[in-house]
Design a protein around this ligand. Structure first.
Ligand code: ZN
Length: 89
């Protein structure tokens, strides 16, 4: 796979690339050397962190709920939890 490049000084929508004799990629507009695009963009990493921060509490809640169900409980308290749950729904 060819490494992708971009110019950090020009708009990503209007980039013209040219290759120098040495094989280095240059911007066709400002002549600056192009920067290699990383495999994972920092914005993607941030999105991943944001997504996991949003999902993590849900997973922890679900896990705690499952653990709670597996716990042997006296009948009365189980019924109370069930009633409470139904009232919330
Ligand atoms: Zn440029």
């Amino acid at each position: 796979m060819m490494p992708r490049f971009y110019c950090p000084f020009c708009s990503p929508h209007y980039q013209i690339y040219k290759k120098r004799a040495g094989g280095q990629m240059l911007c066709g507009q400002c002549g600056e050397p192009l920067v290699k695009i990383p495999v994972v963009k920092p914005t993607q990493i941030f999105a991943l962190i944001a997504a996991s921060a949003f999902i993590a509490p849900l997973l922890i809640t679900a896990f705690a709920f499952i653990q709670d169900l597996n716990k042997p409980q006296p009948r009365r308290s189980t019924q109370l939890i069930k009633i409470d749950f139904e009232e919330r729904v």
